[in-house]
Design a protein around this ligand. Structure first.
Ligand code: PA5
Length: 419
C-alpha cells in the first residue's frame, strides 16, 4: 500500500487540513460515477478475455519481432513507457521503440535507423484515431512494414488500439484486418495506462500485468471507501496552493523513474491546469538534478513544494569497495550499500529543502516491482481526481489541448480549418 507523509509545520493548520481531507473524501463517489471515471473500478472489473488476448498478442510479438514500434502521444504512450522504464526495461526478445510522440523528422529517422533490417511490429495507439503526430508516424512505419513483408503479412504485424466504433484508425483497422484493441469510452488518455493502451506494450516487455493489476486492486481497496492517503495528499496540495505554493516538484532518487515523472506531470498538468487554476507540475531525479536544479530549489523563489517518492525496501548488493589507502577520502563509506547512501541522500535533501523553506511531502511505495507500481499509479490517479475536484475543476477533460491543433491545422491547410 502507498503511504502519504508530511512534516507538520506552522504553515499547516491541522483543523483546516482535516476539513480539506473530508472534502476530498467526498469526491471519491463523484469520480466513480463520472462518465470518465472508468479507471476507478478498472482493477476489479477489467475484461479478463481481453487480458488473455493481450497476453497472446504479446507472445506472438515476442516470437516474431525484435522491435515493437509504439506509436502514440500523451496518454497514449506515457504510461507504458513509465512502467517499462521504472521496472528496468524489456526483459525478453522484443525491444520497444517510441515514436509518433513528436513531429521531429530527426526522431523519426532515428527510429527507422535503429530498426535497420530487424523484424518488427507496430502498436498504433490513438483513441480519437485522428491525432496528427501518431497518424503521420503510422504512415511511415506502415509503409516500411509493407515494403518489408508485403500487404498481407504487414497487416498481421499491426496492432491498433483505438475507439470501439469510430475514427480514422478504427475504420482503417476494420478495413485492413489489423488486430484491434479497444480504448474504453469511460477512461481518458492520462488515466488509461492500466487498460490495453498501456498493457500491450507492458506485456510485450515481459512485465507481469497480473501483478500490476493486483497492486492497483490492493490500492483501490485502501482508497475506495474514503480516499485514504490519496485524500490526504489531495487536501495537502490544495492547502499549499492556497498558501501560494503553486509549483509542485515530484522528486525521486531513481533514474529509472524519469519517464514516470513525465506520466505524473501529464496526469496532474492536464487534469488541473484550466480556468486559470492549478499547480504547475515539475519533476527532478536526484541526486542527479541536485547538481542542476538543487540551487534553485534550495534558495530560489519560494513558491514551490516537493513531493518525494520513496521506496521502503532495501536494494542490497552494490557496496563501496574497500581499499588499503584512503586517497579519495571515502574510507568512511567503505562496505556501505549504495542503496543506504542513496536513501541517506534522500533524507538529507528533504531536511535541507525543508530548512530552506520548501514544504516537503512524501509518498512511500513498498518496492520497485509490478505490484508496487500498480499501486502507485492508482494512488496518483485517485489523488489527481480528488485534488482536481477540490480545486474546483473537471479533472477529466482537456479543452485547452485543441488550441494549438486548430492553429496548426489552419497553417498546414487542413480542409475545414481555413481562416
Ligand atoms: O490524456 C489525453 O487525453 C491525451 O494526452 C491524449 O491521450 C492524447 O492527446 C492522444 O490522443 P489520442 O489517443 O486520441 O491520439
Amino acid at each position: 500500500m502507498i503511504k502519504f507523509k508530511y512534516t507538520p509545520s506552522k504553515l499547516i493548520d491541522e483543523s483546516l487540513y482535516q476539513e480539506k481531507i473530508e472534502e476530498a473524501r467526498s469526491y471519491v463517489a463523484r469520480a466513480q460515477q463520472d462518465d470518465f471515471g472508468g479507471w476507478v473500478d478498472l482493477p476489479k472489473d477489467y475484461d479478463r478475455d481481453e487480458f488473455a488476448r493481450i497476453k497472446a498478442a504479446a507472445e506472438k510479438i515476442n516470437s516474431d519481432s525484435d522491435y515493437l514500434v509504439c506509436i502514440g502521444i500523451g496518454g497514449s504512450y506515457l504510461g507504458h513507457r513509465a512502467v517499462i522504464e521504472a521496472l528496468g526495461g524489456e526483459k525478453g526478445r522484443t525491444k520497444i521503440l517510441y515514436t509518433g510522440n513528436s513531429l521531429s523528422p530527426r526522431m523519426l529517422q532515428k527510429v527507422v535507423a535503429e530498426l535497420g533490417d530487424k523484424d518488427f511490429s507496430v502498436n498504433v495507439i490513438s483513441k480519437s484515431g485522428t491525432t496528427t503526430e501518431p497518424a503521420v508516424a503510422f504512415r511511415i512505419f506502415k509503409q516500411m512494414l509493407i515494403n518489408k513483408y508485403g500487404e498481407e503479412e504487414a497487416a498481421k504485424r499491426i496492432y491498433a488500439t483505438t475507439d470501439a466504433n469510430k475514427g480514422a484508425l478504427h475504420d482503417e483497422a476494420a478495413a485492413k484486418g489489423y488486430e484491434m484493441f479497444v480504448v474504453p469510452d469511460n477512461i481518458g488518455g492520462r488515466y488509461s495506462v492500466l487498460t490495453v493502451v498501456g498493457l500491450l506494450a507492458i506485456a510485450v516487455a515481459g512485465i507481469d500485468i497480473d501483478k500490476l493489476m493486483d497492486g492497483a486492486l490492493e490500492e483501490r481497496a485502501a482508497l475506495i471507501s474514503d480516499g485514504g492517503a490519496a485524500a490526504e495528499y489531495a487536501a495537502m496540495r490544495n492547502i499549499l496552493l492556497e498558501k501560494g505554493y503553486d509549483i509542485e516538484i515530484l522528486a525521486n532518487f531513481e533514474p529509472q523513474f524519469v519517464q514516470f515523472n513525465e506520466w505524473w506531470k501529464q496526469l496532474f498538468g492536464e487534469s488541473e491546469g484550466k480556468e486559470g487554476k492549478g499547480i504547475y507540475p515539475a519533476s527532478v531525479v536526484d541526486s542527479t538534478d541536485l547538481h542542476s536544479m538543487g540551487q534553485y530549489i534550495q534558495e530560489g523563489r519560494r513558491a514551490l513544494f516537493e513531493t518525494f517518492v520513496e521506496v521502503s525496501a532495501e536494494y542490497d548488493g552494490v557496496k563501496v569497495p574497500e581499499f588499503a589507502e584512503n586517497l579519495d577520502g571515502l574510507k568512511y563509506l567503505e562496505g556501505k550499500e549504495m542503496d543506504y547512501i542513496n536513501k541517506t541522500a534522500n533524507a538529507a535533501t528533504r531536511e535541507a529543502h525543508m530548512a530552506g523553506g520548501v514544504p516537503v511531502l512524501e509518498v512511500v511505495m513498498p518496492d520497485i516491482d509490478e505490484r508496487s507500481l500498480g499501486g502507485l499509479i492508482y494512488f496518483f490517479e485517485m489523488s489527481c481526481a480528488l485534488s482536481g475536484f477540490t480545486l474546483g475543476v473537471n479533472p477529466f477533460n482537456q479543452p485547452g489541448v485543441e488550441a494549438y491543433k486548430n492553429r496548426m491545422f489552419e497553417l498546414l491547410g487542413k480542409p475545414g480549418y481555413e481562416k
